[in-house]
Design a protein around this ligand. Structure first.
Ligand code: KIV
Length: 257
């Protein structure tokens, strides 16, 4: 049975940890889905896989193109698509149009958008009323890189309280889950205990209801990773080795053999 956003809320109630990773194409999505990942995010961090410096330049059309490819590779996981920078912040109407395109054109089940109270609360409530499942994202929000930088958020009591209140407001607006990015583990625990929807942490300690990482970091494909990422294999080295071997065999006329 394909996993639904509703099922992820049940996982929290059952104390079952949620596994999430990002994907940018069919092959990666199929591998993650077959491995049993619960939630696949077509994150705008894909901008970096596409050679951009930050997440800001990626367009809605680029997100849609990749999301369609990811969706074709997924049978079971919930697929969530990031609304990119300035495809939803202008007005509720703009957000509705962008999120509507994601659901209609890609077949993915949900959208994620960054930011909390008060900016995103009305927008999220309206999307949810229209039947669009929404995932929230608070703490470090990379689309605000020129305001916040990439530093840990919520370190002071005031900042922590603001992030907690944002998370509560997003739950009330109807999100089915919230990403907590790069905040202290103690704050993430407090938010996780306060909410009845699952928190998915990235650089937010072990006590969230689930964890997400950027797959190109996990696989060692990214040139550099954030401090909270864990590299599980070094595909950059493996690919380089394979390409060197192939090149050598072609030049030595050993391939095809
Ligand atoms: O774009 C992305 O990959 C994300 C994750 C960091 C949660 O938003």
């Amino acid at each position: 049975m394909p996993i639904t956003p509703q099922r992820l809320i049940q996982y929290k109630q059952q104390g079952r940890a949620i596994v999430a990773l990002t994907a940018w194409d069919y092959i990666i999505a199929q591998l993650l889905d077959t491995a049993g990942v619960d939630l696949i995010l077509v994150g705008d961090s894909m901008a970096v896989v596409l050679g951009y410096e930050t997440t800001l330049p990626i367009s809605l059309d680029e997100m849609l193109y990749h999301a369609k490819s990811v969706r074709r590779g997924v049978k079971n996981a919930v697929t969530v698509v990031d609304l990119p920078f300035l495809s939803y912040q202008e007005s509720v109407q703009q957000a509705m149009q962008s999120a509507g395109r994601v659901l209609k054109e890609t077949g993915c089940q949900a959208v994620k958008l960054e930011g909390g109270y008060p900016a995103m609360v009305e927008t999220i409530a309206r999307l949810v009323q229209a039947g669009i499942p929404v995932m929230g994202h608070v703490g470090l929000t990379p689309q605000s890189v020129h305001q916040l930088g990439l530093r840990q958020q919520g370190k002071t009591e005031t900042e922590g309280e603001r992030i907690l209140q944002e998370a509560i407001a997003l739950e009330q607006a109807g999100v089915f889950s919230i990403v907590l990015e790069h905040i202290p583990a103690q704050l993430a625990l407090e938010i996780t205990n306060k909410l009845s929807i699952p928190t998915i942490g990235i650089g937010a300690g072990v006590n969230c209801d689930g964890q997400v990482l950027v797959t190109s970091d996990v696989l060692g494909l990214s040139a550099k990773q954030p401090p909270f990422a864990k590299v599980y294999t070094d595909l950059r080295a493996e690919i380089t080795q394979a390409v060197d071997k192939y090149s050598q065999e072609v030049r030595d006329r050993l391939f095809p053999d």
